[in-house]
Write a protein that binds this ligand. Sequence first.
Ligand code: LHQ
Length: 260
Amino acid sequence: MSDAPSVLFDMDGQVAVVRLNRPERLNAITPELLDLLRETLGRAVAEGARAVLLTGEGRAFCAGADLAARGAGEMIEPGANLRAHYHPVAETFAALPIPVVTAINGAAAGAGASLALLGDIVVAARSSYLLLAFANIGLVPDAGVTWLVAKSAGRAKALEMALLGERMTAQEAADAGLIARVVEDEALMETAMGLARKLAAMPTVALGLIRKQVAAALTSTLSDTLEVEAQHQSRAAQTSDFREGVMAFLQKRPAQFTGG
Ligand code: LHQ
């Protein structure tokens, strides 16, 4: 195994580009990779990123938990492993104040499907696929993917994917409402980067609030959602980006949002 970091980080303007980097194992997940991913997301925010682009190095996005990292007998107890390493990553994605674009560049299997679907806008290369591989090896879906799939695609699709453990093509995933866009393989990074740059130039505070209120709405009543919206609107209306947005509208010019 190489000594390269398992997660790579670059700033491209105000977009943090984060790459899973264990290509020889299709970016299979280790606890160290997850801890570094969480740290990297924090670093992105600390360095002033206004959007994150997450993808995988090599020919896959992520093949899920590394099944070869240790002998099966030495495997960390899964429940404890999930609580200690996987859940904090999912919670970190959920709590981010900036939007996330994920670019699925090949297999997104097992917990790798979870990482892919944790993005706010998921773009997939035409040849890529989602695979809830868990049942194929005697496990159950984890790392939030049960919730992510059932909330986006519904109960029937979640059960079909989880029980049968078959590959779902990028187009099928888009048709099922699981991902936003399918693009030709060679256009993946350009499309994903274009979306991330667009998001990074938008009113960041409002976008951060939007991602939280949509998540909250998934488990709320209409009345509770109305209240969350009102609170978030009060907060958004205090930003300089709101003032700029209204001014630009009235002056019939493009707005210059700064994220403030
Ligand atoms: C891998 C992996 C891999 C190690 C490919 N590990 N080496 C579980 C346990 C406990 C706690 C926490 O949570 C979890 C959650 C999970 O994610 S469980 C689900 C784990 N993932 C899987 O079961 C998927 C396993 N991989 C595959 O089914 C295939 O590799 C896919 C369908 C992703 C890709 O197939 P191919 O394109 O045919 O590639 P390949 O199978 O030939 O893989 C290429 C290499 O990557 C190969 O190594 P080698 O040395 O022979 O070239 C694989 O062994 C290695 N690799 N996935 N998860």
